[in-house]
Design a protein around this ligand. Sequence first.
Ligand SMILES: *[C@@H]1O[C@H](CO)[C@@H](O)[C@H](O)[C@H]1NC(C)=O
Ligand SMILES: *[C@@H]1O[C@H](CO)[C@@H](O)[C@H](O)[C@H]1NC(C)=O
Ligand SMILES: *[C@@H]1O[C@H](CO)[C@@H](O)[C@H](O)[C@H]1NC(C)=O
Ligand SMILES: *[C@@H]1O[C@H](CO)[C@@H](O)[C@H](O)[C@H]1NC(C)=O
Ligand SMILES: *[C@@H]1O[C@H](CO)[C@@H](O)[C@H](O)[C@H]1NC(C)=O
Ligand SMILES: *[C@@H]1O[C@H](CO)[C@@H](O)[C@H](O)[C@H]1NC(C)=O
Ligand SMILES: *[C@@H]1O[C@H](CO)[C@@H](O)[C@H](O)[C@H]1NC(C)=O
Ligand SMILES: *[C@@H]1O[C@H](CO)[C@@H](O)[C@H](O)[C@H]1NC(C)=O
Ligand SMILES: *[C@@H]1O[C@H](CO)[C@@H](O)[C@H](O)[C@H]1NC(C)=O
Length: 356
Amino acid sequence: MKPFLSAFLLLFLLLLHQSHFAKAGIGSSLASLFKSLNKEKVINWVNGKKPPKPEWDKEYLKYLKPDPKLPNLPLNKERKGFAPLKQYLSNFGYLPSSDSFNNTVDQQTLSAIKTFQESFNLPVTADIDNHTLKLISLPRCAVPDMDFNYSFTQNVSWPKAGHRWFRKTNLTYGFLPESEVQPSFTKVFKNAFTRWANATGFLNLTETTYDDADIKVGFYNFSDVLIGDLFGFSFITENPPSDVKTAEINLNGNMYWALPSEKGDLSAEDGVLDLESAAMHQIGHLLGFDHSFMNDSVMYPYILPSQERKVELSNSDKNNIKKQYANVDSGGGGCLGVPSITILLSLGFAYMFLMY
Ligand SMILES: *[C@@H]1O[C@H](CO)[C@@H](O)[C@H](O)[C@H]1NC(C)=O
Ligand SMILES: *[C@@H]1O[C@H](CO)[C@@H](O)[C@H](O)[C@H]1NC(C)=O
Ligand SMILES: *[C@@H]1O[C@H](CO)[C@@H](O)[C@H](O)[C@H]1NC(C)=O
Ligand SMILES: *[C@@H]1O[C@H](CO)[C@@H](O)[C@H](O)[C@H]1NC(C)=O
Ligand SMILES: *[C@@H]1O[C@H](CO)[C@@H](O)[C@H](O)[C@H]1NC(C)=O
Ligand SMILES: *[C@@H]1O[C@H](CO)[C@@H](O)[C@H](O)[C@H]1NC(C)=O
Ligand SMILES: *[C@@H]1O[C@H](CO)[C@@H](O)[C@H](O)[C@H]1NC(C)=O
Ligand SMILES: *[C@@H]1O[C@H](CO)[C@@H](O)[C@H](O)[C@H]1NC(C)=O
Ligand SMILES: *[C@@H]1O[C@H](CO)[C@@H](O)[C@H](O)[C@H]1NC(C)=O
């Protein structure tokens, strides 16, 4: 083969490879998640017909089988599947984001794996082991776990603990009419909103129309997102020049969302998710709660197979609410009663949760 041709092919493959993984680039860059989303409205998810079992994208897991002959990740060597693993860790705040990740095993990624393991109370091996693989193969919320900011790019920001986007205590929510959200489903959300309102003690959450609502709920076609096991996310929108902000909960309409009465059928692996658990979790983000590493918390980012339905606030959640809302005078805007959490503190925060 002519040298220039092989160079061309190499370049082509490299680009193909990178664009493939770049599409999965979500997490700390909410704006890029937006771009990759197909916000086509999904209207046929409520009619009771379960969609076929989803084709999970486990690209990042394909090559990362723990290898007894290779117990430790070889530093500075290539390991197949490492680039998508780096992308994964970066999506959720464990590694800084990058336009393209390669397969080289580097110290920074090993530290990120270690932080991940410490945070989730897994054995700390700084290596790809079965415990770590098991967790990252589960469906999860798209909001990062750490190292992200409350800051607006293209008018959207992640919700973040320590920042209050709303200045009032009477808040409203509404459903995207095109999603054809049926009364049995809005009832589930109403319950979830009431549960949080009750727990905070001073928020009043009532339903209104989608256009007027402070919190807008809709189901969308997420099919263009490469990470197929993403079930939903929430974000804050600013509407300049007004300083009024609104919040949105976007759920993956390609999933089958189960009502509380269907809890016997729950199987995230088969694409059947509990609507009320997702509602509790996403509302939690919008009311100012980051992910919790306590596995009984409604703010735990993964859906554990034994906890497919989790709607009751745990003791750690309730303590967290007390801390967050302790100093809030009704009507006062701005920050909650916690200082904004910097990167270092948010790591410290993670350890704090583990020490409870
Ligand atoms: C992989 O990327 C890192 C930067 O993230 C770079 O330092 C390293 O040289 C790259 N390795 C290869 C083999 O390209
Ligand atoms: C990891 O899990 C695989 C499949 O379940 C098993 O074959 C392997 O022995 C496990 N490895 C370790 C180190 O436990
Ligand atoms: C978050 O904000 C801090 C302080 O402004 C900054 O140093 C840090 O780089 C930001 N982190 C991200 C992920 O944007
Ligand atoms: C942000 O919002 C303003 C006002 O609604 C709008 O003019 C502008 O185009 C928006 N920017 C983006 C990137 O959507
Ligand atoms: C909430 O709305 C009710 C009824 O409109 C009103 O009486 C109450 O003062 C409002 N609370 C706040 C904090 O604005
Ligand atoms: C909220 O609190 C009220 C009054 O204490 C109670 O009747 C209601 O059942 C609670 N709702 C939920 C969903 O916890
Ligand atoms: C809650 O808000 C609704 C609608 O704004 C209002 O009718 C109701 O009185 C409010 N309740 C409280 C306790 O403020
Ligand atoms: C979702 O989008 C994909 C590709 O754009 C399309 O093939 C599919 O029919 C859509 N699904 C629904 C339920 O609208
Ligand atoms: C939750 O965490 C506790 C403490 O780390 C552990 O003992 C328990 O097995 C975990 N539960 C599940 C379902 O993973």
